[in-house]
Design a protein around this ligand. Sequence first.
Ligand SMILES: C[S@@+](CC[C@H](N)C(=O)[O-])C[C@H]1O[C@@H](n2cnc3c(N)ncnc32)[C@H](O)[C@@H]1O
Length: 496
Amino acid sequence: MKSICPIDELCATQVAALLQPPPPHLVEEYFEHLLTTKKCHAIKVKQNGEFGKGVYANMDFREEELILKDEILLGHQHHSNKLDCLVCSYCFRFIGSIELQLGRKLYLQNLGVSMDNEGDVATSAHTSEDCCNTVSSDEENDISYVNNHEIMGDCVSFSSKTEVPLPQGVVESLLNGELKLPYSNKLPLPSAISCPGECGEGYYCSKLCADFDWESSHSLLCTGKTSESLSREALSKFIQHANETNDIFLLAAKAISFTTLRYRKLKSTRLKEQEKHTTSDELDQSNLSLLLEAWKPMSVAYKRRWWDCIALPDDIDCSDEVAFRMQIKELAFTSLQLLKEAIFDKECEPLFSLEIYGHIIGIFELNNLDLVVESPMEDYFSYIDGLPHPEKIQAGKIARPFLEALGDDYSVCCQGTAFYPLQSCINHSCCPNAKAFKREEDRDGQATIISARPICKGEEVTISYIDENLPFEVRQALLADYGFECRCSKCLEEEP
Ligand SMILES: C[S@@+](CC[C@H](N)C(=O)[O-])C[C@H]1O[C@@H](n2cnc3c(N)ncnc32)[C@H](O)[C@@H]1O
């Protein structure tokens, strides 16, 4: 397909350099460094296998042993899920209090609020995680705690539907802290801290998370007063377009912002070290090397262009495939143009090429894991249920109307999608020796990989991206949606 983006031609050399796969020894070096930084010596990433990179055990594991906890490199909560769960925008743990989680949901439900996010053209969800979370407490001081009413969310629109039978006054007293639910102090949550840029959209569990998010990507993508974007209006238009079409664009924007900010940091460090450059040619040359360095976390990821690797939806006829892929490409271009208006940086121009944008979304399409964090509401109601008799009756009398008002959706998980640098190197097998599985104590967005059976040192660690118990043909069809034909030992054996 011919490019529709002028930057693709203008920056063809730099774009090609960014998309050039790094040599295997540099990839291994990158992951070695990452694992050392994380003090994780239990695994190794090697690029020598049949399927490109893979993760290998560097020790023996017993069954059900933790192999890896992987922090999110780039992740976000789905727009439509923000109504149900208030979580830290950086680590995705639930925040506020049981009363706030409950009151906020009932308040929005009462007003008939809906998220205007119905039109995803394509999604990038991958392996589902089983998860089971409880809550934790991590109170921070000296920072701006959030007025509960603020948390009603600027990200929502209103319709006239009213479903909640509870009086508004009761819901408001949950929100303003006047009404305390019985035993809610047994399940404390970290206080919600508002975004330092005052966008009213991001909330955090600690100042540390707020600062990390600000420095890694949010300072360019914040729509608040101290935003470092070129235009808050343009940014809002970009966000609206993503929410109306496909919120994967928000994650792609994070990747571009993340790389731009890394580039600026590297550049300022370099300028401090070496003040003078003799020629502008030399400067250009070294700017590209800085951009390549800033891009490294993305350069080592397995990638293809989004519109080339996205699975053809069932309702699209094969004869319309070319038109469908073109439509996806054009949608990405529209999104990129809006993002460019908002955060363009001339020194990072190649990042604003459609080739790079397409490959970034392709990374998410091929590698992302569903981000799932279980709600503390389940734990709260289970706690009440597990009380001894007289206390249970008393607490139940107060808690039951709230449970009934929430209905079936009383305990919706935080749901999103995330790119994990190490987990994404784990290959698929239909007879896996490990699984992505969250334990009681895993209460944030990190990916948790647990051994499914004993694994010996040197053995490749594999997980299943799908239900591995399905018949061969069904598995192959599902994995075709992930863009590959499975060649694991079980499939080779069962191949007709
Ligand atoms: C999430 S990535 C895993 C890491 C990847 N091998 C890499 O080099 O970064 C998934 C990709 O790895 C390859 N892959 C993983 N498991 C495979 C399998 N069982 N059979 C064939 N290809 C596989 C496919 O190309 C797939 O799209």
